[in-house]
Design a protein around this ligand. Sequence first.
Ligand SMILES: [Zn+2]
Length: 329
Amino acid sequence: MREAVRIRDLAAESGEQRQGFLTIGETVAGPVQIPLVIINGRADGPVLCLTAGVHATEYAPIDAVMRLVQSTCAETLAGALVAVPVANMRMFEARSPFVSPLDGLNLNKLGPCPADGSISQILARVLLEDVICAADYHIDLHAGDLGEMLLPFAGYALTGNAEQDEVGEYLARLYTPRLISLSTPSGTVPPFPDGLSYAASHRGVVSVFGESGGNGTLDPADVQIHMDGVRNVMRYLKMIEGGVEEPGARLAARDRVVVRASRAGLLRLHVAIGDEIRAGQHVADICNVFGDVIERVAAPGEGIAGLVWSHKVVNTGDPIVRYWITEPA
Ligand SMILES: [Zn+2]
């Protein structure tokens, strides 16, 4: 029999599943809470924490965590699953992208949070210190946010601890079908130092940053990528039965480049996520209100389209496509 898994005032004994809310503060309208599920297996094994809804209009990861919680059984699980389906409930209810409607902060760009911070900083501290750091492994599930169409990838923040980093990189490879992003403190690819996954890994929790989905959609194929990734990690960690799907060839991100509009107008886009882009490739046209093409936008280098913005009207400086510069991994 395993010991109980307890996070604040929610506890699950061995063989039990418990769900409830952690209250972290309040507004005049009521408590600010984090929904939490603890599934504590009968057999020994690691504790895996899943968090979704750090950006709460990223629906594919939220749905994936809900489905994973529903399909995981405490009787047959080895170790424990700790899951937060929606980290930021006030963004979720308001359908608010990127930042909390309570204090305007982005929960994944807060860095180390002071004990006397605002409500998003309190939320980030509780998530990191009380929830994620109670686990051995962590996956932070994301997607492109509203207005962002995104190529799935999985990231891991390298810590310099060779043993941990080897596992972290492997979990990222198990998670994603194609592209991994291994970050360093001074690098230009995610997970970035101001985010939760980076902070977790640097506290000794092996934390993967998994992205699939985007633009406010809930596409079953995007949900499936997250679910396949989590289950593959769980099989590798021997938490659930079944063979690990060994990762085949992967691409590793070296850098990423945003192609922006110089001129303003209607955007006619000629690339989609996942497209291989050649240097000088004509990726979009911008036309003025009379239909005259006033800019032919070219990519400065080669790469893979990783993020395409959904806006159809651009102003000077607006992003059009962000492409990954990759190498075989
Ligand atoms: Zn996100």
